[in-house]
Design a binder for this molecule. Sequence first.
Ligand code: HAM
Length: 431
Amino acid sequence: MSKPQKFKTLRGFRDFPPEELQLRSRLFEAFRQASVAFGYQEYDGPPLESLDLYVEKSGEEIVEQLYAFTDKGGREVALRPEMTPSLARILADRSRSMPKPIRWFSIPQLFRYERTQRGRLREHYQWNVDLVGEDSVDADAEVLGVALTALRALGLGPDRIRARVSDRRLLAALLRSAGVPDAELLAAYSIVDKVEREPRERTIERLVDEVGLTPEAAGQVRSLFDEPGLDGVRASFGDDPAVTEGLEAMEAFVGIMEELGFGAYVEFDLTIVRGLAYYTGPVFEIFDRGGELRALCGGGRYDNLLEKVGGESLPAVGFGMGDVVLSELLADEGLSPEYDRGVDFFVISIDDSDRGLARRVAAQLRSQGQSVILPLRGMSVGKQFKAAASEGARQAVILGPDEIERGEAVMRTMADGNETTVSLRRLLGGE
Ligand code: HAM
């Protein structure tokens, strides 16, 4: 007989045994609580969409990573690599009849055929928060505030993470003044997006080859990122009116973040541009302060996407925060919540003949909303205590013949061994 084939998860995919699933659920709880605290409503959509929804709208990098195929009906389809195009599609259909602004959130599982590495898998869950129908700076700041609220609740204060913010309009003004033609702005953005990860010469070479700049102009553009803070930009370009306008918008954004209580997290940083094609205004990414990990979260304003998928022309701003980098950062910082098996009681019967009573006690406790584990066969008292401990029960109810005769049972707190006596009648639901 041939050996049975062994199966593993596909590369870049994960199983979620209970400990992992509980961690994921805790993250989702923090996501939901922060969303609800700002009045956002949860929605979802299908994991499989028309391929066309992503081509052009998401940008080259994501399209190259699509899990796409032809289905049995001959349709070109793709597993969703991000939620934003689905959101735009859903709203294109119904936004006209909805009061604005629309505050929606979702926690979809997404699929991208990436080169797997730390923080990058081929599936991940991504919390998406989007505010549609409002183009004020307050809307931009609110959305970033929602992201930081969840991270703060998970223990990540401004000593551990920072939000780097910029504005594509400001970057566009700077690139234009360095001679980048409008038609090449998107190409220039995707080069700027990698400025930190590529050697200086490589960035200059790409600006020459892919954007058509002269080597001098390319060098000038590269030097924009030597001092990417607000002061650096103001010092070099303060007299360009488009740049001044962009700088003022950024200052207003940072000011509102301070008033909302998030000032210590926020830093202006011109190198933040985002890889996706559809952003039109403020953009932001949240990183660990140690600079060890990839972005925890990325988002920004995208005012043309809804119209592009056939909907109303509506301004929008939002972000996506993945579970992978976040779990890694929490583990690195010793902040991962401890696994709790969540069992309230384990009912032990000293004599096998009392297992019927044990079942009745368990049923009564469960009817009161408690979680209860019962041994499934007669076993020694020692084994039952061991099982109670390994199941992580908080309390053991011990039914011994002497106590039963007195109408009592012993309740032991497993953590410290403290015991109290309780009345059997009460355990069985009587007064
Ligand atoms: P994104 O920057 O592509 O944005 O993804 C947002 C976050 O999702 C990243 O910062 C990262 O934490 C996580 N992420 C992305 N790809 C992977 C991966 N392969 N493995 C693990 N985690 C990953 C978007 O997707 C935008 N649609 C977000 C958005 C919503 N913008 C506006 N609204």
